[in-house]
Ligand binder design. Structure first.
Ligand SMILES: NC(=O)c1ccc[n+]([C@@H]2O[C@H](COP(=O)([O-])OP(=O)(O)OC[C@H]3O[C@@H](n4cnc5c(N)ncnc54)[C@H](O)[C@@H]3O)[C@@H](O)[C@H]2O)c1
Length: 248
């Protein structure tokens, strides 16, 4: 139980990778605040953690709204008195070719995936500085390094931005003993990829040396490690979890 007494916030924790990370952190002993734009799924994840014997709360937060981002951290501090681990996982990935991308789609993807990561992290800066400890774990994507292997150009650009934000926050917060890292998963079996054409998924799977998509648990295991004391000398790092799809 590496994370006993630690308080964690997971955005987009209602399902998929976020739900798996929330579960991994709870199993390691953390008290978890599951935040999601969908309050029902957030509560479902939190309830499953409580049923298992963990300590978890849920709350609705739209990370693209600065007020929600700040409120999420403020509520966590009110309820638990501290915040130790922030996982910026919420994200959207609409499929659209470059010709199909509208201004609304572009703005929404930027707002959730990039602005959201910035302002939720900004909200955590003050408590982390005061505690002189803390962990930020951002969920980027292999697409942030390669560009989209699917028609997701704005999405991939946000993930490149998340990689950059990871390094900026890592440098800024290092003097306070706070580490900031990102995980860059390859394609994973979640609702995000559920509607991808089967032949495309098969072709992607064949191009992955380990011959399968990521499972949410593959990403959760690395997130739990990054949150633990074992990772205390790692910061500004982008951890690829992609079955060998990109080796850099
Ligand atoms: N699935 C993949 O192939 C894959 C690959 C690389 C990276 N990722 C990244 O992993 C993260 C999780 O993806 P997933 O596959 O679990 O997706 P998912 O669609 O299954 O889950 C995303 C969760 O985020 C929530 N969410 C969406 N917009 C939100 C907002 N504005 N505020 C708060 N919550 C919001 C959703 O309600 C949902 O619960 C994302 O950042 C995604 O970009 C996913």
């Amino acid at each position: 139980m590496d994370l006993i007494d630690r308080v964690a916030v997971v955005t987009g924790g209602g399902r998929g990778i976020g739900a798996a990370i929330a579960q991994g952190l709870a199993r390691a002993g953390a008290q978890v605040v599951v935040a999601d734009i969908d309050a029902e799924t957030a509560e479902r994840t939190a309830a499953s953690l409580r049923e298992w014997g963990g300590s978890a709360l849920s709350g609705r937060a739209d990370v693209s709204r600065v007020a929600d981002a700040h409120n999420l951290v403020a509520t966590t501090l009110e309820r638990f008195g501290r915040l130790d681990i922030l996982v910026n996982n919420a994200g959207i990935c609409p499929l659209a070719t470059i010709e199909e991308v509208t201004e609304d789609l572009f703005d929404r993807v930027m707002a959730v995936n990039l602005k959201g990561v910035f302002f939720v992290s900004q909200a955590a800066v003050k408590p982390f500085k005061e505690q002189r400890s803390g962990r930020i774990i951002n969920i980027a994507s292999v697409g942030g390094k390669t560009g989209g292997i699917m028609p997701v150009a704005p999405y991939s650009a946000t993930k490149a931005g998340v990689i950059s934000l990871t390094k900026s926050f890592a440098s800024y917060l290092a003097p306070y003993g706070v580490t900031v890292n990102a995980i860059a998963p390859g394609p994973a079996t979640t609702d995000m990829t559920r509607d991808w054409p089967a032949d495309r998924v098969q072709a992607i799977t064949q191009s992955i040396p380990l011959k399968r998509l990521a499972r949410p648990e593959d990403i959760a295991a690395v997130a739990v490690f990054l949150a633990s004391d074992k990772a205390s000398y790692l910061t500004g790092e982008i951890v690829d979890v992609n079955g060998g799809l990109l080796m850099d």
